[in-house]
Design a protein around this ligand. Structure first.
Ligand SMILES: Nc1ncnc2c1ncn2[C@@H]1O[C@H](COP(=O)(O)OP(=O)(O)OP(=O)(O)O)[C@@H](O)[C@H]1O
Ligand SMILES: [Mg+2]
Length: 387
């Protein structure tokens, strides 16, 4: 075996993305080390070297670095400063933590798009609620999007508000902290392009995925690939996304989320510097999955083909509103009777309303076939209180 297979990959964060990254490496017998605050984190069951500790604890990150040859992360909210120090001392950290520093702050991210002439919705930065209210008159739409600059995830930290009600005070301002005020893109189709770029500057993307949101919880309800947009929009989304990552000199795997409005205009929403929900389907549906692609980059191996072998749909399995704590999964037998349906449970011991507990992917001859099958299967599989 060649040398890259013996290097330990350390992951900051042991959630489902870490778990699926390790799963992708099983055929290659690559050793991993994982840091996570929860002793029973999803990825903890897949690695012998597990460190329990906070992702913002410098000592714990240094401990992880000590036993790892290459470091990566599967979540944005971590101690980026320590990773920067490690990088400056010669440690291989992929993606570059200086990029993570930009991404951690939605305001800096927006400025990156402006500085590189990449399309994004109109925005202003505010210091606090009072300052933000003063700035609202610079916008025109009925709705306004307010985003906390730091710390948001899965729609938390994002509020879509009525602009006039915020000005009049009949709606309370959602955050009293530094935030981004953003023009609301009406009737937007939400797209995602996963970009992989290696240390030679070789770059590839997976076909554009289209996300359908559940407005009640602001989480992806289901997504499918390839997206049902016209070729011009898909090619432009790919071009803009590659440009955004190359402009950062990004090495690693990145998900670029975009909006496509009714006039066929594209806007970058945000970038995640890691495997993404919108790429889970690539495990079964692409020649090389997003996880294997990241692995290849971490190990200095050539990029794989992200072409889809088949259209696919991915459905998140979300903790229902009325179940808290331990749970059972109902309907597995009926689910498994379906051809081309693949279940991934994340090994989380407790469910909570809105928590991502797992996902399933359905492949089909066409996207519509797969959507139809997925809509049927989502009624079949259910999280219920454990008995
Ligand atoms: N400018 C906008 N116009 C219209 N809708 C928006 C806008 N910004 C955000 N949204 C809606 O809010 C959702 C969450 O926003 P965003 O992706 O910025 O937050 P997040 O919490 O970082 O997301 P994630 O769910 O990817 O972790 C978007 O997917 C979209 O549905
Ligand atoms: Mg998002």
């Amino acid at each position: 075996m060649t040398k890259p297979f013996h290097r330990t990959i350390g992951i900051v964060g042991g959630g489902q993305l870490g778990k699926m990254l390790i799963e992708a490496a099983h055929g290659w017998n690559v050793p991993f080390a994982v840091l996570d605050p929860a002793a029973d984190a999803p990825a903890s069951f897949y690695t012998e070297k597990f460190i329990q500790g906070s992702l913002t604890d410098k000592k714990k990150i240094l401990e992880l670095a000590e036993i790892s040859d290459i470091l990566t992360f599967e979540i944005e909210h971590i101690d980026v400063q320590t990773l920067i120090e490690l990088k400056n001392n010669g440690k291989k950290v992929i993606p570059d933590p200086d990029i993570l520093k930009i991404i951690q702050d939605k305001g800096l991210q927006k400025m990156h798009y402006i500085d590189n002439e990449l399309p994004t919705s109109k925005f202003l930065l505010a210091e606090n609620a009072r300052n933000a209210i003063d700035l609202l008159s610079d916008f025109t739409g009925e709705k306004i999007v307010v985003k906390s600059r730091k710390g948001g995830y899965d729609g938390k930290g994002v509020a879509i508000c009525n602009r006039k009600d915020l000005i009049s005070g009949s709606e309370a301002f959602p955050f009293d902290e530094p935030c981004v005020l953003e023009e609301f893109i009406k009737e937007a189709i939400e797209l995602s392009v996963i970009v992989a770029r290696d240390h030679h500057g070789n770059v590839m993307t997976f076909p554009v995925a289209e996300m359908v949101f559940d407005p009640a919880i602001n989480l992806v309800d289901y997504l499918f690939a390839p997206a049902k947009v016209n070729d011009k929009a898909a090619n432009e989304a790919i071009r803009i996304s590659m440009e955004a990552i190359s402009a950062m000199d990004g090495v690693g795997l990145f998900a670029v989320e975009l909006f496509l409005d009714g006039n066929d205009e594209l806007y970058i929403n945000e970038i995640a510097p890691r495997p993404h929900n919108s790429g889970h389907h690539t495990i079964e549906a692409a020649y090389c999955s997003q996880y294997e692609q990241l692995l290849r980059i971490l190990m200095g191996l050539p990029l794989g083909s992200g072409k889809l072998i088949t259209p696919a749909v991915m459905v998140n399995i979300i903790g229902p509103d009325d179940v808290n704590g331990t749970y059972d999964l109902e309907g597995i037998e009926a689910f498994l009777n379906e051809e081309g349906a693949y279940l991934h449970m994340y090994n989380k011991s407790q469910t909570k309303p809105g928590r991502k507990m797992g996902h399933f992917t359905v492949i089909g001859k066409t996207v519509d076939d797969a959507i139809e099958k997925a809509q049927k299967l989502r009624k079949v599989i259910r999280i219920v209180p454990s008995t």
